[in-house]
Design a protein around this ligand. Structure first.
Ligand SMILES: Nc1ncnc2c1ncn2[C@@H]1O[C@H](COP(=O)(O)OP(=O)(O)O)[C@@H](O)[C@H]1O
Ligand SMILES: [Mg+2]
Length: 294
């Protein structure tokens, strides 16, 4: 029989799990956008964040789409304040950030986010210092955007390290995602754009949509499309949403959950192949606020 002292000795012999090194700046800011609405961005962001969290990385979701199916609803959180309160100086970021499952924190963007433009340099510096707390907080910041390309969405895309565009196999969704990629290309914002094809009925369908988008971008634009993967059409997505829980937690064996885990794995571990070649300088919020003020 092993006595308690023996057990303690054994415990101390065990190798301590290695913590990933803390970086000075947020290590990665990934923005999720689409041409058409209702293609599954919010569901992707929430489940991707939990998948990344399950691998021990800290993830922050910035919810900038104040539409109907919000991040906080899918994660059963009750927001009282938003990033707008932080920017206006009424609240501290800590008071605004909500704690979700598996290392996932959520920052509600707030309804007035799109009105925050034309800041002078003093206001900008103040806001950046209020947001600097974030620099130490997360390994990944995922930004959920409204559909289409407003000035705000364009600023988020411009300031982020990586972009994930979401489409479905529906022809209108494909046309719309191409239009948005074209604009991103015209502004020369990213050399690589990641694509997720959601609600597919087979793996082949996902690959076919990717090929189509890739071909037209290759022929007419100067941007490379990287296929992050497909998510199958799965009725468990809707079932989980009704119970206000991410499907990756509620139905971890569902087809959609398996697909999202695969996408998360590619995103985290095949970084070299998808990370934008042109590394952005300075912090994310610094870049964002500069864009908002220009
Ligand atoms: N893989 C999927 N299978 C089935 N339904 C899905 C899937 N992904 C999303 N949905 C459904 O599509 C609708 C839109 O999803 P949502 O994430 O809110 O899209 P968006 O944020 O792009 O507007 C929701 O009703 C959601 O349940
Ligand atoms: Mg949404």
């Amino acid at each position: 029989m092993v006595d308690q002292a023996e057990r303690l000795r054994e415990m101390f012999k065990e190798k301590k799990p290695q913590k990933p090194p803390r970086k000075k700046n947020l290590s990665r800011v990934i923005v999720v956008a689409s041409g058409k609405g209702g293609v599954g961005k919010t569901n992707l962001v929430v489940n991707l964040a939990v998948a990344i969290g399950q691998w021990g990385q800290k993830t922050i979701i910035l919810d900038t789409d104040m539409g109907l199916a919000n991040v906080d609803i899918l994660m059963n959180l009750k927001p009282h304040f938003s990033l707008v309160d932080v920017i206006r100086g009424h609240k501290d970021l800590r008071e605004v950030m909500l704690e979700g499952a598996y290392n996932v924190n959520v920052i509600p963007g707030g309804a007035g986010l799109s009105e925050i433009i034309n800041l002078d340099s003093h206001q900008r510096e103040q806001i950046i210092s209020r947001l600097s707390y974030l620099d130490d907080e997360g390994d990944v910041l995922l930004i959920d955007c409204a559909a289409g390309l407003s000035r705000n969405v364009l600023s988020f895309i411009a300031a982020a390290d990586d972009v994930i565009m979401v489409t479905t196999p529906e022809p209108t969704a494909i046309t719309d995602v191409y239009s948005i990629i074209k604009i991103v290309n015209n502004y020369n914002l990213h050399s690589t754009i990641n694509l997720v094809v959601n609600m597919v009925h087979s793996i082949e369908q996902g690959a076919a949509v990717f090929k189509r988008v890739h071909k037209v971008c290759h022929n007419f634009l100067d941007v490379d499309i990287n296929f992050l993967g497909e998510i199958e059409y799965d009725r468990y997505v809707h079932k989980a949403a009704i119970s206000c829980s991410p499907y990756i937690l509620q139905y971890p064996r569902s087809r959609a959950a398996q697909c999202v885990r695969r996408i998360a794995r590619r995103l985290l571990f095949e970084e070299d192949t998808i990370h934008d070649v042109a590394q952005k300088k300075g912090g994310f919020f610094n870049r964002l606020l500069r864009l908002w003020s220009s």
